[in-house]
Design a protein around this ligand. Sequence first.
Ligand code: SAH
Length: 213
Amino acid sequence: MEQRLESARFRYINEVLYTTSSGEAKRMFRQDPQAFSIYHRGFTAQVQRWPANPVDAIISYIRHKPASLVLADFGCGDCKIALSLKNKVHSFDLAPICDRVTVCDMANVPLKDGTVDIAVFCLSLMGTNLGDFLVEANRVLVMGGILKIAEVASRFENVRNFMGALSSLGFKLVTKDTENSHFYSFEFEKIAEASERVNAGGLELRPCLYKKR
Ligand code: SAH
């Protein structure tokens, strides 16, 4: 019974994260601190059902780069990236599940402009205001810096529109992998500053809602 209740709460919290703006999500976690641990237990159980975890591919990509590069992990969860690499990693999330986390809404992170070499969003483009997160990543990245995105494949209605929107935010596509049945991944390079007023239509992604089990 308890297990079923927790699973229902996970599905509800997950749905709120995908279908509201990050301000709303922040409020939910502030009002109900338990919600975050329920969400993370559910997310971890979900990850174990997948054939591979996209964060591992991102970690192995960064391992081949110089350890001097500075990273920002937007929506870091359990900080696997920071815990696996020697690089300086800024780990951002709405609540802390490990002591490496800087708690904030990733629409507004406490970093100066142009101070990050690689920005990562691994399964974390969750709010309806994802344009704000990507504008923020653009702001903190150095010119020529790298943006890595991994997302659940079924969230994409139109990959071309998504890439077009990223392009209007100042990001040039370097590589993409949309062959994987579960996850799509993209690598972009920052080639221009993003204007906050940019109309990045095409960024909308479907929510990833989990089935009742
Ligand atoms: N990147 C990690 C965790 C993915 S789960 C991994 O791949 O394992 C998605 C994470 O994004 C959650 O921890 C959630 O709390 C966080 N998140 C969602 N919206 C956020 C926001 N606006 N600001 C900061 N973190 C956010």
